[in-house]
Design a protein around this ligand. Sequence first.
Ligand code: PLP
Length: 377
Amino acid sequence: MEPFLRKQFGNPSGLYSIGREAQAGVDDARKRVADCLDARSSEILFTSGGTESINAAMLGIAYAMRRAGAGNHVITTAIEHHAGIHTAQYLEELGFDVTYLGCDPHGRVSTAEFAAALRPETVLASVMLANNEVGTVQPIAEIAAAIRDYATRRRHRVLLHTDAVQAPGWLPLAVDELRVDALSLSSHKFGGPKGSGILYLRRATPFRQLLHGGGQEMQKRAGTENVAGIVGTAAALEIASRGIGERSLRVRLLRERLRDGILARVPDVLVNGCQENCLPNNLNVSFAGIESDVLVAGLDARGVACSSGSACSNSTWEPSHVLMAMGVHIRQAVGSIRFSLGEDTTAEEIDAVLEMLPGEVAKAREGSLALAHPEAD
Ligand code: PLP
């Protein structure tokens, strides 16, 4: 990224030489991203992040399909990231009919339920590849096969988009194996710069752009390119795409060490999410009798950064929509914590967290408001 932040300030749309240098940087990045996804360069768009990619894919495909008279029904799931759920709600405002599929207690969406939701008016399905809160991996290739089966029988096209934001570095992302028509990625989830993302759009996918203006990104995403972000995105994705098997295995063992250590040391704990089909770096745990923000603050004070699955604002409890869809009791949901491991995480770090956790959980239980919460019963 550095040359494009320090000295190569050309605009890729400029015909002058420094503009052409910037364009060459973007072209090279597009080719490298395409190679990582087993796609063509012409199928890669650079965006401002996962949220934009998801919005562009869902709105752009649904709109183009409806305009072509193909229908107005969209299928998605109740456990998407808010970037997907809120876009689906916006599609409803625009007059689309949206089906929100539920999931099993492990956070898996059923392919049979998905197949049963397909209708002659269905134009788009958007199902995330891996859940950001509990790490459960969805059967995307099976869902794609269900679509293909339906499409062949009914001679009707349904496009499949997946929010794969959590997957790079942990799961293979060859688009022909996943059999998706569109796939969204966010650079900072795989070590790239924040505010940069990727949208893969399979050739000949009906699409109406989200951002209107100049002709950048093959007329599909107007606006001057974030050249440094794009170059950094490509470099990071290349690095993340190497050695996935070895990295996943190593980190999965650390995740299990953390999970089993917590279960052995802390009473009244529930592990959330599927333990087989899951991201190797994500562990979501509910501690009964706590409000998770209290524990997050306690761990943060000791140098451990983790996320809470619930948010308490103005005395209103907002348990995770994902855990609620999985049928987790609200009392467990408000006490859920997500630990995200990185490829640099060490066994010593896991052990240090295990060492401090019983005391921090006990403190959080004492100070917690969760038991006083009226809905908690
Ligand atoms: N989708 C998932 C699964 C995510 O985890 C995130 C970010 O956390 C997003 C979408 C949104 O990505 P961004 O913050 O780059 O817009």
